[in-house]
Ligand binder design. Structure first.
Ligand SMILES: *[C@@H]1O[C@H](CO)[C@@H](O)[C@H](O)[C@H]1NC(C)=O
Ligand SMILES: *[C@@H]1O[C@H](CO)[C@@H](O)[C@H](O)[C@H]1NC(C)=O
Ligand SMILES: *[C@@H]1O[C@H](CO)[C@@H](O)[C@H](O)[C@H]1NC(C)=O
Ligand SMILES: *[C@@H]1O[C@H](CO)[C@@H](O)[C@H](O)[C@H]1NC(C)=O
Ligand SMILES: *[C@@H]1O[C@H](CO)[C@@H](O)[C@H](O)[C@H]1NC(C)=O
Ligand SMILES: *[C@@H]1O[C@H](CO)[C@@H](O)[C@H](O)[C@H]1NC(C)=O
Ligand SMILES: *[C@@H]1O[C@H](CO)[C@@H](O)[C@H](O)[C@H]1NC(C)=O
Ligand SMILES: *[C@@H]1O[C@H](CO)[C@@H](O)[C@H](O)[C@H]1NC(C)=O
Ligand SMILES: *[C@@H]1O[C@H](CO)[C@@H](O)[C@H](O)[C@H]1NC(C)=O
Length: 504
């Protein structure tokens, strides 16, 4: 009897082990451009609760990195575009890597942070993405200094070093993936990039947004999904492409091969927004992720790269303070809402299941049920410049993207528009009463002003303590305390459930 149970336990652990391996290629990105952020420790819990083992961070600060100490999560860290100038000399790069990576690196003892890659900037080539700021002159010195520092400090075999690119590095308007080529404007720096990657044995990184590609190329919506419906395909020699993701990925592979290189390609960001475009909704996003996660679960690559992929979902949580001068979509890429509630049912554990209820963030506190709305005693004048200025001010700090054409709150009347804007501003200011005034045009109410279509959100309580909390955890991390027992716990619970399941 004991023997049988032991065998079952062993089998169950093996099953669990195997599914972990399958999940090795999927990570999530935790972007942090929110007016109110989830606490780092909550985010780590959320990631672990969903069985995700890799995280990519788009910026680096001690508060963000701290909860990942001893956590059994692989970390891809990004030195943000505005930060890599800090590594523009050999010495400063050495110091930067020593302090921020090497000294806290997990040396195979499950203590510290398991850094697997360092990204130099995010899409630093892209003038379009960077609002015309040119980072290239600083980029390569930083890249080379960081490479030297990493190898000097003997972590070169543990971490890769790469530059994440946007797809504007590709020559546009090709007709099939095998025509893939780098954009002539970027070819020279790309060649430099390729040579360095080859030298250090690191992969090429591309950020890939399927919906943007459908729009750019005028492809039908169906081509965004993975259901092989054959409504629209691209024939390319012996290969047939049935979805835009594979097509773009292989375009990158072709472009690299054309330059005489053979490098792995990692998808640094991939995702589908839930608002901001006619084709962006929770339904379309769920359909995209369902297919994409199934592909990842089956370890299916692409026609030119049939091996398993490594990809990072953008993004974990909506970012309501991202700049939307390019697209409203940019604030709606989260697979979670701002408050850590799941937007849909998808299986991040890569077991290939449908309709999986995702874990929500736990321990969220909302601010009190108070909203800031237009004061109905004031005169509502569509042409008042003063009111327009207030509206603009409110919408610069608050997220008014849902008021735009085609979005959930576009059907509000004029007073509703002002109320929505004032409330977004007030909430972003942590419901500070002095921020709900606008010369008497605004007032605080306790009755929810939401309409059937348009939710007036209440913000969450948390950012106030973000920094302090993060640093407290960092201290614990350095002390080598094993405060984060969740990975062990999840393994244990999963194994336990598996055993129960097998026995009964
Ligand atoms: C990383 O290192 C640099 C240089 O030593 C330092 O200025 C910076 O504050 C460090 N960043 C963090 C988050 O510790
Ligand atoms: C890992 O080793 C390096 C030196 O090789 C050391 O500086 C670092 O503190 C170690 N990491 C941890 C978490 O102990
Ligand atoms: C957003 O980007 C645009 C275009 O680059 C810029 O003009 C604007 O100042 C930015 N807005 C904010 C709030 O940073
Ligand atoms: C690519 O095609 C689009 C639409 O077909 C067109 O507007 C654009 O000018 C083309 N770009 C180039 C570089 O040819
Ligand atoms: C670094 O990149 C190489 C080449 O793509 C890959 O084989 C290796 O597994 C990567 N290492 C890590 C730690 O991700
Ligand atoms: C694609 O084909 C499927 C059946 O194979 C059909 O149900 C669907 O309506 C088609 N979609 C479009 C946009 O043509
Ligand atoms: C998470 O939140 C969503 C949205 O509020 C809800 O539909 C779902 O049931 C929640 N999931 C769990 C596991 O509680
Ligand atoms: C409310 O604001 C949105 C976004 O600016 C605008 O499209 C809409 O027409 C406005 N509604 C009214 C009634 O003015
Ligand atoms: C509330 O807002 C006022 C006016 O902007 C500011 O002076 C005050 O410090 C804020 N209070 C808090 C607690 O942030």
């Amino acid at each position: 009897m004991t023997r049988t149970i032991l065998t079952i336990i062993w089998a169950c652990l093996m099953v669990f082990e195997a599914t972990n391996v399958a999940g090795a290629g999927l990570g999530v990105i935790w972007g942090r451009q929110q007016t109110q952020k989830l606490l780092p420790s909550m985010v780590v819990d959320l990631i672990l609760a969903n069985g995700v083992k890799k995280v990519r961070l788009l910026s680096y600060n001690s508060g963000v990195i701290a909860p990942f100490f001893n956590s059994d999560i692989d970390i891809v860290m990004t030195i943000a575009n505005n930060d890599f100038f800090q590594t523009n000399t050999k010495n400063s790069a050495r110091d930067f890597i020593q302090r921020n990576i090497t000294s806290i690196m997990d040396n195979g003892t499950n203590k510290g942070i398991r850094f697997t890659s360092i990204c130099i900037g995010n899409e630093p080539f892209s003038l379009q993405e960077n609002m015309e700021q040119n980072y290239l002159p600083q980029l390569f010195p930083a890249f080379e200094n960081i490479i030297d520092a990493v190898f000097e400090q003997q972590i070169g075999d543990k971490v890769n070093i790469t530059i994440p690119h946007f797809t504007d590095i590709l020559k546009p308007n090709i007709t099939k993936p095998s025509e893939g080529e780098f954009h002539p404007d970027y070819r020279i720096p790309i060649l430099r990039n390729l040579a360095l990657l080859k030298k250090v044995g690191s992969p090429f990184m591309i950020n890939l947004y399927p919906l943007l590609h459908l729009r750019q190329y005028g492809y039908p919506l169906e081509f965004g999904f993975f259901e092989d419906r054959k409504n629209f395909t691209i024939k390319d020699g012996e290969h047939v492409y049935t979805n835009v993701f594979d097509a773009v990925y292989d375009t990158v592979i072709s472009a690299i091969r054309r330059e005489g290189y053979s490098l792995d390609v990692i998808v640094g960001q991939v995702g589908w927004p839930t608002a901001g475009d006619e084709w962006a909704s929770p339904e379309t996003a769920e359909r995209f992720y369902d297919g994409f996660l199934m592909k990842m679960a089956m370890n299916k690559g692409t026609p030119l790269h049939p091996e398993p992929l490594e990809a990072y979902i953008y993004s974990l949580v909506d970012e309501n303070s991202r700049n939307i001068s390019r697209s409203t979509m940019d604030r709606h890429y989260g697979i979670y809402n701002y408050d850590g509630t799941a937007k849909f049912k998808i299986d991040l554990t890569l077991k290939g299941r449908k309709n999986v209820i995702m874990a929500n963030a736990t321990g969220i506190d909302y601010m009190p049920r108070r909203w800031c709305v237009f004061n109905p005693e004031m005169r509502l004048d569509a042409n008042s410049e003063r009111l327009m200025r207030f509206y603009e001010r409110a919408c610069t700090k608050g997220d008014c993207s849902k008021l735009r054409y085609g979005e959930a709150c576009n059907k509000l009347d004029l007073m509703g528009n002002y109320s929505y804007a004032f409330n977004q501003y007030f909430q972003s200011k942590n419901q500070n009463e002095s921020e709900c005034n606008f010369d008497g045009y605004a007032m605080i109410v306790s009755k929810d002003p939401s309409t059937k279509e348009c939710v007036f959100p209440l913000q969450i309580l948390s950012t106030l303590f973000d920094r302090q909390y993060g640093e407290m955890l960092l201290t614990l991390g350095y002390a080598g305390e094993s405060f984060n027992i969740k990975p062990a716990m999840t393994t244990f619970i999963a194994a336990f459930l598996c055993i129960l399941y097998t026995i009964f």
